[in-house]
Design a protein around this ligand. Structure first.
Ligand code: NAP
Length: 261
């Protein structure tokens, strides 16, 4: 099979498809023949993505979805059901953060981060598994972060959600043993998207500018990890650091990271 056929005919949901990594990943999967149900709140951007992707081998169905809302999530899966081609892969990618100490954050900001990054992913997984268990197959992917393995100051709430995703995915993987439903945890390194602008992290983005990966290259590595059915994939230079986290105490690992950043 050539690399351009890896996702031919596959029915795939991508959350956070209106921008950044999710946008690039949707295009990548459609360029390899997938039918992507592209979910995010910004319908205009989803429609734009769908127009840009005309002429590619696969297709996009934009579905306006706020994953904080369980009814929106249910509606997204009903759109997939209505298409009648089953559900092969769900990529839980939508998330946001905010650069602040928790005591300086509003309740609305805290609720939005937790309900998007963690609760939304749990709602998505609930709907996905109800279908995948009936089908007897499927693949769940969770976009985590280095912040899901090592907590960062000023990102305590974001880190809490990413640690939560890591624990959730690990538990799900154990529950699904022998059921032909795979789980993949993905950890992109620092990537050039609007994430940092939205999170009020302009100084960090400026400092890391020369080290940022493009969303297209991250999307390509994610597609490779999914096609290879990997359980775990850290993308970019963080992949060399991740093994150190397993053997060094976090405070020593943190010094390494600071030195090389
Ligand atoms: N950029 C990095 O350096 C980096 C590093 C490690 C991990 N990550 C992870 O990679 C993933 C993608 O981040 P990104 O960098 O591509 O960020 P981004 O450019 O800010 O994109 C975030 C996406 O999430 C969507 N979203 C936010 N809230 C949503 C909600 N309530 N319901 C549905 N969709 C929602 C946004 O769309 P709407 O606003 O239209 O809803 C947007 O499409 C996230 O999980 C992030 O934690 C990023």
């Amino acid at each position: 099979m050539t690399s351009s056929e890896r996702f031919a005919g596959k029915s795939i949901i991508v959350t956070g498809a209106s921008a950044g990594i999710g946008h690039a990943l949707t295009r990548k999967l459609v360029s390899e023949g997938a039918h992507v149900f592209a979910a995010a709140r910004n319908e205009g951007k989803l429609n734009g993505l769908s127009e840009q992707s005309q002429g590619l081998p696969g297709k996009i169905t934009p579905v306006r979805t706020d994953i904080r809302n369980a009814l929106d999530v249910q509606h997204l899966f009903e759109r997939v059901d209505a298409a009648g081609s089953g559900l092969d892969i769900v990529i839980n990618n939508a998330a946001h953060g905010h650069n602040s100490h928790v005591d300086e954050m509003s309740i609305e900001e805290i609720n939005s981060i937790v309900s998007t990054n963690l609760l939304g992913t749990i709602y998505m997984t609930r709907e996905a598994l109800q279908r995948m268990k009936l089908q007897g197959k499927g693949h769940l992917a969770f976009v985590s972060s280095l912040a899901g393995r090592m907590a960062f100051p000023n990102l305590s709430v974001y880190s809490a959600t990413k640690f939560g995703i890591e624990g959730f995915a690990e538990a799900i993987r154990e529950e699904l043993k022998g059921m032909n439903i795979l789980t993949t945890v993905l950890r992109p390194g620092v990537t050039d998207t609007n994430f940092f602008e939205n999170a009020d992290m302009h100084d960090f983005a400026e400092k890391m500018k020369h080290k940022m990966q493009s969303a297209d290259s991250v999307a390509s590595d994610i597609a490779d990890a999914l096609a290879a059915k990997r359980e775990d994939s850290t993308i970019g230079p963080d992949k060399y650091f991740m093994p150190l986290l397993k053997i060094l105490p976090t405070n020593i690992a943190r010094k390494f990271l600071r030195f090389f950043s």
